[in-house]
Ligand binder design. Structure first.
Ligand code: 5AD
Ligand code: SF4
Length: 451
């Protein structure tokens, strides 16, 4: 296709958490209003944005290796009528903005996660005036300036959608960069959340996942002027006509209050799935991580959640090899995993993050020991996940159909427990919730037939 002079194309590569995925769509929306269309072909882009993650060292380093390759593309285009502009956004931009400009001369702009609404203006300044850095904190502004996506934009993204309700974190776990890159915890106002939910559903969205780095710390004034927490917000969202499914990620045990647990008991639209990271099973390590709860408290929360909603799937995050972790401490991690019995769980080797208190601890663990522990933990988690999936075989369940499958005559949807399910296409169309029978499973998905 030949390009007219007014057409501009943006390529966005996204790393990291769901918040970054959501932010990338917001950047697309903001740039679309400025005449950019999205492209999946980096060689055809006028603007390349790397939306980055700083959570572990490997994630951050990938940015620099990618930039090296993109510089070559930019150089090829220098002097043509389509020069390439390169931007780094997200948490690496926030944490290492100046360092990025110093290390990689090809970068034209660096923008932190709080100011995406200004992106079109910053891009145009970078083109006209030279390199730009914008890593100011203005989270309240960000919420205020988030324009609602248009119906067309929402429809292009399918029947499930994220909705940010909270950003930042005040917990300061000693391993984590989030409180530094995303700033203090800020909740989005109730009225804005309900308005966005209604407009998403109006455009055809059937499932909304509320997003926040500490989503269950959400709080705000309700329509009657009283202070609400996440549980109560969920009751209000459940009233949105046409919304079939609600989810929320990611939560902290400290904020898992009775109101939220009761919402799991009472609300059919709230899916029976809880992502509640514990990180470690030893009280000594939990204390050193500044998690502000014990292993027994976590186990008790899980017990109460399961009493409220017996079929709930529990998911989590684990870190092995935090400084000072002995064999016994690691065994305590294995033990809490056995007690919790996860449907799915992410696990990581501890990665030193400069500027966090964990980086100052002296008793760092050898890489070999971390690797060996991670392998043992992941074997146990894999076993639990496969057992959970196998337990679904023979059951009749509801699946929200989300997209076409790899093979003709197949649709892909999600179970209430977030498993991917392959469904025969005659069962329904995308956007339908269909009742099907699970007859088999692969490593990463369930296979269904019509009932
Ligand atoms: N090293 C390893 N894993 C980490 N996480 C956060 N910071 C680190 C780190 N420094 C993990 C935690 C968190 C998930 C998003 O990433 O498990 O819950
Ligand atoms: Fe990081 Fe802890 Fe906050 Fe989660 S709760 S974002 S792990 S500091």
């Amino acid at each position: 296709m030949t390009q007219t002079s007014t057409e501009k194309k943006v390529f966005i590569k996204t790393w990291g958490c769901q918040m970054n995925v959501y932010d990338s769509t917001r950047m697309q929306d903001a740039l679309e209003a400025d005449g950019y269309t999205n492209t999946d072909d980096i060689t055809d882009a006028d603007l390349v944005l790397l939306n980055t993650c700083h959570i572990r060292e490997k994630a951050a380093e990938k940015v620099y290796s990618n930039l090296g390759r993109i510089r070559a593309l930019k150089n090829k285009r220098a002097g043509t009528n389509r020069p390439m502009t390169i931007g780094v956004t997200g948490c690496v931009a926030q944490a290492e903005g100046k360092e990025i400009l110093r290390r990689e001369k090809a970068v034209d702009l660096v923008v932190g996660p709080q100011t995406y609404h200004r992106l079109p203006e910053i891009v145009s300044k970078a083109k006209n005036e030279g390199r730009q850095v914008d890593t100011e904190y203005a989270v309240e502004d960000k919420f205020e300036y988030i324009p609602l996506a248009t119906k067309k934009q929402v429809q292009a993204r399918g029947v499930t959608s994220f909705l940010t309700v909270q950003e930042g974190c005040d917990k300061f776990c000693t391993f984590c960069v989030v409180p530094y890159t995303r700033g203090a915890e800020v909740s989005r106002p109730h009225s804005q959340i309900i308005e966005e939910a209604k407009s998403l559903v109006d455009a055809g969205v059937r499932e909304i996942t509320l997003l926040g780095q500490n989503v269950n710390a959400w709080h705000g004034l309700g329509p009657k002027g009283t202070e609400m927490r996440l549980g109560e917000l969920l009751y209000d969202l459940a009233e949105v006509d046409g919304l079939k499914r609600l989810r929320y990620v990611t939560s902290h045990p400290k904020d898992m209050d009775d109101g939220l647990i009761n919402a799991h008991r009472d609300l059919n639209v709230l899916m029976p799935y809880l992502h509640l990271p514990v990180q470690a099973g030893s009280d000594k390590i939990l204390k050193s991580m500044n998690r502000s709860h014990t292993a027994a408290e976590y186990v008790d929360i899980i017990k109460r959640v399961r009493e409220a909603r017996p079929d709930i799937a529990i998911s989590g995050d684990m870190i092995v090899g935090f400084p000072g972790e002995t064999d016994d401490d690691f065994e305590a991690t294995m033990e809490i995993v056995r007690q919790t019995n996860y449907a799915s769980c992410y696990s990581f080797k501890y990665s030193i993050r400069p500027g966090t208190p964990g980086a100052e601890l002296t008793d760092q663990i050898d890489e070999d020991v971390k690797s060996e522990r991670l392998q043992r933990l992941q074997a146990l988690l894999f076993e639990q996940q496969q057992a959970f999936n196998a337990g679904c075989i023979g059951k009749t369940i509801d699946v929200l159909l989300e997209k076409t499958g790899r093979e003709a005559e197949q649709l892909i949807g999600r179970s209430p427990w977030l498993q991917s399910v392959v469904v025969p296409s005659h069962c329904g169309t995308i956007g339908d919730t269909v009742t099907v029978k699970i007859i088999d499973k692969n490593t990463n998905s369930l296979i269904a037939e019509a009932v």
